[in-house]
Design a protein around this ligand. Structure first.
Ligand SMILES: [Zn+2]
Length: 347
């Protein structure tokens, strides 16, 4: 248990309460300071305990908006069990419009944290040691941030643990979004250093999603994440109201975008200013032009073309145009009509 962070509210108490995760700090202007992260608890008797997280990355605002809205509106009488909400994990990054904390930390690469480390490391340690072990389900809501835009969807990593995969699959589908994305683990990255990876390491039920991006929000993306979250909470039996699947609503099955192969990711061959030549949901063939890189210091030079490495559906496009060599500029998912087709194509 953390000795350098604590919660100002009693998470075992019934009803609704709000307070802070308080992390000890000492700064130039305040020798005895506390870094305060808002936390809200809504509890109504026995039932599952859901931890709802947003703002893991600061410039991903869709989840922060919906988590904040839910923390204001949700009443204990509307639920069974408990919902604990942290609407914004990376507050300074959110306020600055940045993905990362001011000290350069990517909050999603520092787990399981360090109780004697930086503020962000202390917060990660508190989550990993004080909160995750006490919760049944953890939701971590993302989007593309400033640099990318995703087709808004709940998604998952195709983990090798079959029991956990089954739970994560059910969680992903429960959001009822039109698309879902399923990928492998990120290359050259310790999977357990990510918040969702730490949740999985602890054998807890996890759900994540990428609900838009580009560092802004739209009416459509906020509606998708809001409706999806309500459906997810109903499917868990936490939120009052009948849960209906897409099929029960007369909607087509959700489309699955398969990202398990490395050629799903298209990278910049050189530095430049990137122009998207395709949009989200466009279908491309291998060799199609997906973008081009400009050099505005030399307008006489032709832009450098960027081509699709495989056929599929454009699932992520670039948001922030200045790119460095090797930056991902778009991704191409292979469309599977449903989970059965996805599994049949498996490896
Ligand atoms: Zn993120």
């Amino acid at each position: 248990m953390s000795r350098t962070a604590s919660c100002t509210i009693d998470l075992a108490a019934e009803g609704k309460s709000s307070g802070y995760i308080q992390i000890g700090d000492s700064t130039n202007t305040s020798g005895w300071a506390n870094h305060c992260v808002p936390i809200i608890s809504i509890k109504n008797g026995a039932g599952p305990r859901l931890l709802l997280l947003a703002g893991n990355h600061g410039d991903e605002y869709e989840g922060q908006i919906v988590a904040t809205e839910l923390s204001r509106r949700l009443q204990a009488s509307e639920i069974r069990g408990q919902v604990i909400i942290i609407p914004c994990l990376s507050q300074e990054a959110s306020q600055n419009g940045n993905r990362l904390w001011n000290n350069g930390a990517n909050f999603n690469r520092i787990f399981p944290g360090n109780e004697d480390g930086t503020i962000n490391e202390k917060l990660a340690f508190f989550l990993s040691n004080n909160l995750f072990p006490t919760c049944d389900v953890i939701v971590d809501m993302h989007s593309g941030g400033r640099s990318m835009a995703f087709i808004p969807s709940s998604n998952m990593v195709w983990v090798s643990d079959l029991a956990l995969r089954k739970v994560m699959l059910a969680n992903m589908l429960a959001w009822n979004t039109e698309y879902h994305m399923i990928g492998g683990e990120q290359p050259s990255t310790n999977p357990y250093s990510l918040l969702p990876g730490d949740v999985v390491r602890q054998g807890k039920s996890l759900s994540t999603g990428e609900f838009g991006g580009c560092g802004w929000t739209t009416a459509e993306t906020v509606k998708i994440i809001r409706d999806g979250l309500h459906d997810f909470m109903r499917a868990l039996g936490i939120l009052n109201g009948e849960y209906k699947t897409r099929t029960e609503r007369g909607l087509p099955e959700a489309k699955i975008l398969d990202f398990r192969e490395g050629d799903a990711y298209v990278t910049a061959p050189c530095d430049g200013i990137y122009e998207n030549c395709v949009d989200l949901e466009d279908e491309v063939k291998a060799g199609d032009l997906v973008g081009q890189l400009h050099d505005f210091n030399h307008p006489d030079r032709k832009p450098i073309p960027v081509y699709a490495g495989r056929a599929g559906v454009i699932s992520v496009v670039r948001g922030y145009p200045p790119v460095k060599t090797g930056d991902v500029v778009c991704t191409i998912g292979i469309l599977r009509k449903n989970i059965a087709e996805f599994e049949a194509a498996g490896n």
